[in-house]
Design a protein around this ligand. Structure first.
Ligand code: FCB
Length: 456
């Protein structure tokens, strides 16, 4: 293998609770369970049951992680599994599941990296207003504290939120994700309260003894395809990226966002003293990098890329997103060099904070024959992105690790089982796991790394 990954650079794989766990009966209800029941919300009608049946196949999945030889495993805790009502009593069986997961990782020498919120909000809290309601931020902090108290000594790295852009704008503006609301003003309040919840949770996690606390954003480089689109591209960048970076930096909502989103909200939910909470120092920042967004004048021959649509950006002027080939099955442009642009956004806004790529991967064409499951485009995608990341690291970006998305084929949200990102195939009918060629490739990469230099 000619890709030389230094030993100290952390390599792992990632998953999320609602996408893989199943065992819906064993936990409280989530917003995504409700959403999945709406006709047409999930393209193939999939629900959270059985997903990958991960809860019942935990031992097998731990062994897969051990077989791969990853340094770390990024999973998310299902809030409704550990705290079924979203507040108050903890579920002993929910905690027991994550105890077995975390202990099983540690026994195999794999670092547990936990995300507290990867979009599955307890239905009770969604029904009470969801993220547009300020109270959800406080409930999140209470839940984070409880998790910190239970797992602090064993979890190596914590993220409060995964991709708050998706929760806020896919959930409450486009209605493309749970809870399916189409209220641009409420979506801006959701974005704000998510980061408030994050800041409160960071404090409470630390109080509980947790270390390495951070957050994971999907910072997507936005490229204007012509000078006349510069202002539109700036708006997309503002709502996709800068709103979150500004809040985390303690700068509040910028005048630019207030102007470009004027008329959608009176910003009555903004309080001056929130800034300090939102900018509570973090130990690391995660970025999920898949693609870039290219903004061009509105055209009827729009190429459809999932997640790239004006309905997902409150206040968006007319425009088209025009990804350039090669594209993945999601319609996402493959551009490994873009990872450096994504790193630059974070390091410019939040200087001095170590960075991790917490997700990167592709839904691609696969073929199966007697010799295995062949997904050469995925292996090439992963290799090219890791290479680009190491180049960025050589240039001085403080990036410390990389997680491939995903360990398993899983429920790809509104796309159901129609888009597959796994290194390991999961047969949705039987649950059978079969490593694809990309899993073998990643395993070889993991084992081929040069030994750690002796400490002097
Ligand atoms: C990210 C999500 C993850 C998965 C990948 C493909 O936005 O965090 O759960 O759906 O996209």
């Amino acid at each position: 293998m000619d890709l030389d990954v230094p030993r100290g650079f952390e390599l792992g794989v990632a998953t999320s609770s609602w996408q893989i766990e199943g065992d819906v009966a064993g936990r409280g209800r989530a917003n995504w369970d409700d959403f999945a029941e709406r006709p047409g919300a999930i393209v193939d009608g999939s629900t959270g049951e059985p997903a990958c049946d991960h809860v019942h196949r935990l031992a097998e999945d731990l062994d897969l992680l051990g077989w791969l030889g990853v340094d770390a495993y990024r999973f998310s805790v299902s809030w409704p599994r550990v705290m079924p009502e979203g507040t108050g009593a903890l579920s002993p069986s929910g905690l027991d599941f994550y105890d077995r997961l975390v202990d099983g990782l540690l026994e195999r020498g794999i670092k547990p990296a936990a995300t507290l919120f990867h979009w599955d909000l307890p239905s009770t809290l969604e029904d009470a207003g969801g993220w547009p309601a300020r109270d959800t931020a406080y409930r999140f902090a209470d839940y984070a504290h409880a998790m910190g108290e239970h797992f602090a000594g064993r979890v190596d790295r914590w993220a409060t939120l995964n991709e708050p852009w998706c929760s806020a704008f896919l959930g409450y503006c486009a209605g493309y994700f749970a809870p399916g609301r189409t209220e641009p003003g409420a979506s801006l309040a959701a974005a704000y309260h998510l980061i408030l919840g994050h800041g409160l949770a960071i404090e409470r996690l630390r109080d509980a003894g947790a270390r390495n606390v951070g957050i994971v954003l999907n910072l997507i480089p936005v490229i204007s395809e012509s000078p006349e689109m510069d202002a539109a591209a700036r708006h997309v960048d503002g709502v996709q990226n800068r709103i979150f970076l500004d809040l985390l930096a303690g700068d509040g909502i910028s005048d630019e966002i207030r102007t470009s989103c004027r008329g959608l909200t009176d910003w009555g939910f903004v309080r001056d003293d929130d800034r300090a909470v939102m900018s509570t120092p973090i130990d690391w920042l995660g970025e999920n990098y898949y693609t870039v967004m290219r903004v061009a004048p509105l055209s009827p021959t729009d190429v459809h890329a999932i997640g790239q649509d004006v309905s997902m950006f409150p206040g968006c002027p007319p425009l088209s997103f025009v990804p350039r080939p090669p594209l993945t099955d999601m319609g996402w442009e493959i551009l490994p060099e873009g990872v450096e642009l994504a790193l630059r956004m974070a390091s410019d806004s939040l200087p001095g904070i170590p960075l991790w790529i917490c997700e990167n991967g592709a839904a691609v064409h696969e073929s199966t024959d007697a010799t295995g499951i062949h997904d050469p485009i995925r292996s090439e995608y992963l290799e090219d992105h890791i290479r680009a990341l190491l180049r960025a690291r050589d240039k001085g970006f403080d990036v410390r690790g990389y997680y491939a998305w995903s360990l398993l084929d899983n429920l790809e949200w509104a796309s159901g089982w129609t888009k597959k990102f796994g290194l390991v195939r999961v047969d949705p009918a039987t649950g059978t796991r079969t490593p694809k060629d990309s899993a073998h490739w990643y395993r070889e990469l993991l084992s081929s790394r040069s030994p750690e230099p002796p400490r002097s």
